[in-house]
Write a protein that binds this ligand. Structure first.
Ligand code: NAD
Length: 474
């Protein structure tokens, strides 16, 4: 089976791939362990073999993307995620025996993880390989067929993804469908057995609406404003180093990037100055620095400039950190900006920033932190810098977020044993490791009745026997 050319109407293109996958799934609805292992191994080997190509292609989409960051986030985190699946898959696939209550003795019960069928993965541009292939790997591990709609904002990487997947899988097993929003819309309206979307909250709503028409279950991996709280007792330079590392990785274009920093009033100036120093130490040059990544696409660059202008117009103080006084009139790199005196009327505190802009805001005391976070949409991540475990535990109980790293940033996402997903406005459902296998499996309840059993005791006509039995059971 081969897909029609991209000139064909987008709906036709994705529909043909979908029909082929559905037919293939009906033919082979339960790939065994050996097959799934082979499928995952192929992806793993290919990513390792083609890592240079992958990093160079993402770099060409971005204008400039640090090759080390591509290697860490797009290659390493994907391969490590696949290795984790390979390591545990056999155990996860085994039916789980369930205890049987007195009333149904001597029956046997078990939970069987069954592939769902054909799943759709819609992925964004910020980690264009990882966010397409890690969900796809989880779906393959669970025995499904997968269609991937990669982002139109990283077109070279999307094309490379298509080529790579075509090298190792038939299109009725894994199909990559690059294209613009018209392709995305046609894609989201297919009657998938599960639809997995990563991207903005705005589009997440549209995806969920499209899926509702088919009663397709969705996982929504969305964004949001992930706060950082630095307790007054925590060393400010140490916190600043971790915040800058998390914020400027991929130039802030990370769904779990620290979005803004909360401190008490007396710590604001020390925090701004520590952040500035931490940036200068890590990035003495920006334009000419291979480690400092560009803003990925022109519309996004314009949006970030607009957010800065809006803050400036409404009275914020912008501290641009440009250690070598470079010019930024050309290209899409931009110098990091720390924002002071931001207010709720400014876009910088309303929208997810998703770039190298970092507001530092203040609360009167540490008691106000939980309510500040809780009054806003539930974030994807929360970063707490505090060495007092009981205070940290209290804040964990009082606030909601998809995940948390304590005394550092980003790292909960890198641990394959932890589920990754949002809550409330930052998303629903989760993946990575076992959570990914579970997301793409139907956990089927199976009850096996033995030949000799007591079922007949509960049959009509109901009389004394049933009443006695029920009163004994109750
Ligand atoms: P994007 O513009 O690349 O869009 C994501 C995908 O949605 C693309 O494949 C696009 O074609 C598709 N799309 C666009 N319109 C659509 C429609 N009407 N119906 C169906 N699909 C449609 O990426 P973006 O949205 O700019 O991504 C950035 C956002 O993603 C940020 O908010 C970020 O926080 C979030 N994000 C979340 C995670 C996570 O794991 N939770 C990871 C990365 C990014």
């Amino acid at each position: 089976m081969s897909l029609p050319s991209v000139e064909a109407p987008p709906g036709a293109h994705v529909q043909i791939a979908f029909d082929a996958q559905r037919a293939a799934f009906r033919e082979a609805p339960f790939p065994d362990y050996a097959q799934r292992k082979r499928d995952l191994r192929r992806m793993l080997d290919l990513l390792i073999a083609r890592q240079d190509d992958i990093c160079a292609t993402i770099g060409s989409d971005y204008g400039h993307r640090s090759a080390h960051e591509s290697l860490m986030s797009d290659v390493y985190l994907t391969t490590t995620g696949i290795r984790h699946l390979l390591q545990h898959l056999h155990g996860w696939m085994a039916p789980t025996p369930a205890p049987v209550g007195l009333a149904l003795q001597p029956g046997r019960a078990e939970i069987v993880a069954q592939p769902l069928g054909v799943v759709g993965v819609i992925s964004p541009w910020n980690y264009p390989l990882n966010l397409a292939l890690l969900p796809a790997a989880c779906a393959l591990a669970a025995g499904n067929r997968v269609m991937i709609k990669p982002s139109e904002h990283t077109p070279r990487t999307s094309e490379l993804l298509r080529e790579l997947m075509a090298e190792i899988y038939a299109e009725d097993q894994v199909a990559v469908c690059p294209g613009d929003v018209s392709v995305a819309t046609a894609f989201a309206s297919l009657p998938f057995d599960h639809l997995f979307y990563t991207g903005s909250t705005r589009v997440g709503r549209l995806v969920m609406q499209a899926a509702a028409g088919n009663l397709t279950p969705v996982t929504l991996e969305l964004g949001g404003k992930s706060p950082v709280w630095v307790h007054p007792d925590y060393p400010v330079q140490r916190a600043a180093a971790s915040i800058v590392a998390g914020k400027l990785f991929n130039a802030g274009q990370t769904c779990v990037a620290p979005d803004y920093v909360i401190v008490t009033e007396e710590r604001r100036d020390p925090m701004v100055s520590a952040l500035k120093t931490a940036i200068e130490q890590r990035f003495p040059k920006l334009q000419d620095n291979p480690d400092y990544t560009s803003v990925a696409h022109p519309q996004h660059h314009q949006r970030l400039q607009h957010v800065l202008q809006d803050a400036r117009d409404k009275g914020a103080t912008l501290v641009e950190v440009n250690p070598s006084s470079e010019r930024f009139d050309e290209g899409r790199k931009m110098a990091p900006v720390i924002v002071q005196d931001a207010t709720d009327e400014m876009l910088v505190l309303q929208e997810e920033i998703f770039g190298p802009i970092l507001p530092v805001i203040t609360v009167p005391s540490s008691k106000e932190v939980a309510s500040y976070v809780n009054e806003r949409p539930r974030p994807l991540a929360f970063y707490i810098f505090d060495r007092d475990t009981s205070r940290v535990d209290e804040l964990l109980k009082r606030t909601h977020s998809g995940g948390v790293t304590v005394n550092d940033t980003l790292l909960h996402v890198a641990e394959a044993n932890l589920p990754f997903g949002g809550v409330g406005a930052s998303g629903m459902g989760a993946y990575h490791g076992k959570a990914g296998f579970d997301t793409f499996s139907h956990h089927k309840a199976v009850f096996r009745q033995p030949r000799f059993n007591a079922r007949f005791l509960l049959d009509p006509p109901y009389g004394r026997t049933v009443e006695r039995l029920l009163s004994w059971l109750m």
